[in-house]
Design a protein around this ligand. Sequence first.
Ligand SMILES: [Zn+2]
Ligand SMILES: [Zn+2]
Length: 418
Amino acid sequence: MDVLKQILIIILAICFVVFVTFFGRLPALKNTPMAWLHKLIWVYIPNAVLRIDQTLTSGRVTGSLAWLYRRLMYDRHPTIVIFFLLIMTVSEYMYLPAVLPRISLLAQSTALVTVLMPYVFLYLACSADPGYITRENHAYHMSLYPYDYALFHPGNECRTCRFLKPPRSKHCDICKRCIARADHHCVFINSCVGYGNHHWFLLLLLSTCILVTYGGLLGLCLLTAKIREDYPTFTLWPARDMDFHRYLAIWGWGLHGDIRMGASTLLALLTAPLIWALFLYTLFLVYCGTTTNESMKWTDYKEDMRDGYAFWRPLAPDRPRNRRLEPPCPRWPSSPEHIILTTQDAQPPSQERNFAGQGEWEHVWDLNDVDNIYDMGFLHNLGDIFFSNYTFGDGTGEPLTERRPRGRSISAKSGYPQ
Ligand SMILES: [Zn+2]
Ligand SMILES: [Zn+2]
């Protein structure tokens, strides 16, 4: 039981730290205990350790650890992918021989498909081109999305790749290339998540969610059934008259009887909330028609707006355009109606600079007033992720532009990551 308790505490602690690491920096959780815990784990504690190490070893230990951390998190290497594969494979190796003989043929087939899917999607997410922008496909990526004149303005060049940044793209310092519709660099797939592999990434998360949920619940059912052979009145939820210590002791006894399956079941059940949270957050961003990269940029805008540093003015749809800097994008049904800029001194942008748009610059105070032209509704957003060159017709022959000239207002989403 002691060993079991220790394993349980270690797994719980790891899950908690991973959870805080992933979610503590999310804009939506700013000013919450989660953000504070993130600061505690990743800023305050490391700083304290740094100071102690400076005194004791002149910073040698933390220097080596920082080097290792940078290597692990900011260099391209498959360490985390191998770690992920190892955990999954070892758990399944311990779990399956104990479980398969005890379930029906149909359940066996379902279990095998459930086990295989994450491997397939991991391979596809890792090996697919995430949307590297090259000289050859640059023109194609320039015409995929319009510039929204808020997060993405025409005419900006990537200083490393030396070409104009297509709308929604981002240069990844780890991949050392520009990525089309960049979401984030993911260490679990050792690649960026972008235009070319976002769908595989979503399916990887979904299949892993199904794996841990199915494996965890099946293991729980089999363990309960086994315990009932000796304790016929035992129920999954402790009965009212049962002492909680006794309930735990029976579980401990049950897990000891089948330690391999028990450990894998525990791991699956404890990691399931984390993986579901990751999947649902990724899906939520799809619902919002944004990417992780863009949601961070919107958060910066929100603060600039609140502090009075953001300005906008109307942008005529029939304005003259420089086709080299801003090629037409016939696929996308929505276009910006304003240009939004921030200034350093909270004064309107200089009239001498030749910014797009016409009329006076006005303060924009609230993100809720701003349209996100990349949000065309959940199903269309999903379609755009799953199909390259997705078109927005619905079979009626009526162009979507006629029905819905603007992207959804950010205010339409009370849960928009702000
Ligand atoms: Zn670049
Ligand atoms: Zn990358």
